[in-house]
Design a protein around this ligand. Sequence first.
Ligand SMILES: NC(=O)c1ccc[n+]([C@@H]2O[C@H](COP(=O)([O-])OP(=O)(O)OC[C@H]3O[C@@H](n4cnc5c(N)ncnc54)[C@H](O)[C@@H]3O)[C@@H](O)[C@H]2O)c1
Length: 259
Amino acid sequence: MKLEGKVALITGGGGGMGGAQARLFAREGAAVCVADLFADKADAVTNAIAGENGRAMGVRLDVQSSAEWQAAVDATERMYGPVSILCNNAGANFRVSFDEQTEEMWQLIIGTILTGSFLGTKAVIPSMRRAGGGVIVNLGSLASIRPGGASPAYGAAKIGLVGLTRSTAASYARDGIRCVLVSPGHVDTPFLRANAPYSPNDARTSLDNPDNYQRRLAATPLGRLQTPEDIARAFLFVVSDDAAMVTGSMLTVDGGAGL
Ligand SMILES: NC(=O)c1ccc[n+]([C@@H]2O[C@H](COP(=O)([O-])OP(=O)(O)OC[C@H]3O[C@@H](n4cnc5c(N)ncnc54)[C@H](O)[C@@H]3O)[C@@H](O)[C@H]2O)c1
């Protein structure tokens, strides 16, 4: 029970990685607010946690809206008390070249990943101060290490999180608030498989295409894609007191893909 007495707000909480964090944190004793753009996805995770006798509530949240952030933090605090853990998982991507990336795609990707994490941090800091401290985890990517040729907004957003994480860590260390970036490699989730509006995939990009699966597998020296649970265990370390002196840094959990 590493998170007894903690209150966690998890964005993208209805998704693969956010859902795995929510379930693991609840098993470790945290009360969890599962926040997602799609209320039905948040509710499915909340119901799974309740089925294991954990404590969880679901809220609909578009991380691009500061008003919705305020409402989510207020609802969580009313239900469970001040928020001590924030996980910024929500993301978006359009896997197209620079030529093909439109202004609308750019705005959605930057708005969800970078502005969304900034707004979440702003919204949760007063609550964390009331909690006497806290931990904010931003979700990076291989693009936080080596942004490449594809999807310029995704590279800009994920490398931007390196700066946001360091800025948050430096600004709030004296409040007992830590901030860490966790960067996964290739994780088997709907983000890389499904044709979601925030992350469209087709045969050219989806893991459902065996050629794409093999390409990502071959790029992972430890020999398998990561599971959402692999990443959730790293998040658990980062938000627990085991990482009490870890702040401003990046933890890469990529099976060696970034080497
Ligand atoms: N899957 C990978 O290989 C991989 C690798 C590195 C980083 N990431 C990052 O992980 C995140 C995606 O998580 P996942 O892989 O578990 O995929 P996922 O699609 O299962 O989960 C993403 C969740 O975010 C929610 N979401 C999307 N836009 C939102 C918004 N504006 N506000 C609130 N919620 C929103 C979705 O509804 C979904 O439930 C992204 O930040 C992505 O950059 C994924």
